[in-house]
Design a protein around this ligand. Sequence first.
Ligand code: F6P
Length: 364
Amino acid sequence: MVKQKVTRIGVLTGGGDCPGLNAVIRGVTKPAQDYGMSVFGILDGFEGLVEGRAKELKNEDVSGILARGGTILGSSNKGDPFHWPVQKDTGIEIVDKSSSALKNYNAWNLDALIAIGGDGTMHICKKLGDMGMNLIGVPKTIDNDLDATDVTFGHDSAVYVVATSLDRLHTTASSHHRVIVMEVMGRYAGWIALNGGLAGGADIILIPEIPFSWEKIYDKILKRELMGKRFSLVCVAEGAKPLDGQMTVKGEDIKRHDPIQLGGVGEVVAKKIEDNTGRETRVTVLGHLQRGGSPTPFDRILSTKFGVVAIELAVQRKFGRMVALKGAEIKNVRIEDAISKQKLVKPDTQALIAAKAIGISLGE
Ligand code: F6P
């Protein structure tokens, strides 16, 4: 059977942004032109696919964007074609707009679509693939919670921000003999808090996978004082919860795939520490600083490799696959396998074992 040549390819960035998205777009677009393909950048994630908004990308459009944060295409985490919010007099109604997505894909005459995104994006890719579109996934997220790849790009850049922020908090906390609680992102996974806390020398790291005991936190702070350390740094993941409580939810947004918006645990932890130890405590919420700005060299390299391998998959017509880092190599896995498992910190995670071995408290 003669295989049809891939000549027109779409690329989009879905979900929350992270450093390295532009490096992937560049990694896709440059080699694609050498293969004689036209590349169409779909604007604002799946929103652009549903609404028919795209522009052709040439070398000059992707030149000089390697180190730039964000995405030149725009992104959205409210554009799920299967869960499309429509404002009605009675409130927001959720409808299925996947037929519009398919219509535009066909109207643009695309042979394949490369979707760069996290878990939500990969779920959408699977469903669009079932409708007959040719999808290739590229895994991104600062949260690093996709099991099918050793690491997602964006994570290293977020960890860098967390570590360097802890370095800064270290000097002010020690000068004022204070406790400083720093809240970081990560949703239901503790990777950012664990890796960032380890790299930044936190004294206490609280993650969603290990519900914490309040008493253990107070003990650690007071024991450090007995050793002459009159300050402590606590790195708390937004999804962390006490043994006797729930995650701290800031709000809900039904327009999104996962409506839960986490946030606020840093304030809760700081207040408890101050009330129960009498030690002056301050809070820093890192928020979107973890998602913005230039990618680290590690993320630039990983993103570029992901982009280049994604276009090779397209050339070989290997659709329904997601690129993935396995050891030192970029492999590919079935998209449906990629979405079946969330990657969480486990008891045998080496970073966790190392953290405990050097005396960091996990609040256990
Ligand atoms: O998934 C990436 C992430 O930054 C999470 O760590 C965080 O919970 C969420 O997105 C924040 O989303 P938003 O930018 O919509 O507030």
